[in-house]
Design a protein. Structure first.
Length: 111
């Protein structure tokens, strides 16, 4: 996929849309730029997990996991589901998975 080409003569709706898209992309990238949030998303790629499961996988306190999940939820990247006292999280859509695949290819895959 090729990136769009933008010229100096861009104006009106095209420029407004570009600014809006840049803002959305920036907020998304800020949300995943924290190591803890990135790790949570990596674990959720394989499927829904409870907060307790995430605590164990991350070896982190519940308060820290909940704080990061709150930010991910605020940005629309994860969706909660309550089952009794347990709260489960899953990816809200395919955007995090797609970005994580690129991050994995660049930083984690064996060369």
């Amino acid at each position: 996929m090729a990136l769009a080409k933008f010229g100096r003569d861009m104006e009106g709706n095209g420029l407004d849309r570009m600014v809006s898209n840049a803002s959305n992309a920036s907020n998304f990238l800020k949300a995943i730029s924290h190591e803890g949030r990135l790790m949570i998303l990596c674990h959720l790629v394989s499927g829904e997990k409870s907060v307790t499961e995430l605590e164990k996988l991350l070896a982190t306190r519940q308060a820290a996991v909940s704080q990061q999940l709150s930010r991910l939820r605020l940005e629309g990247l994860v969706v909660p589901r309550r089952d009794g006292k347990a709260i489960y999280y899953r990816l809200a859509d395919d955007r995090p998975r797609r970005i994580l695949e690129v991050v994995y290819d660049i930083f984690c895959a064996e060369n």
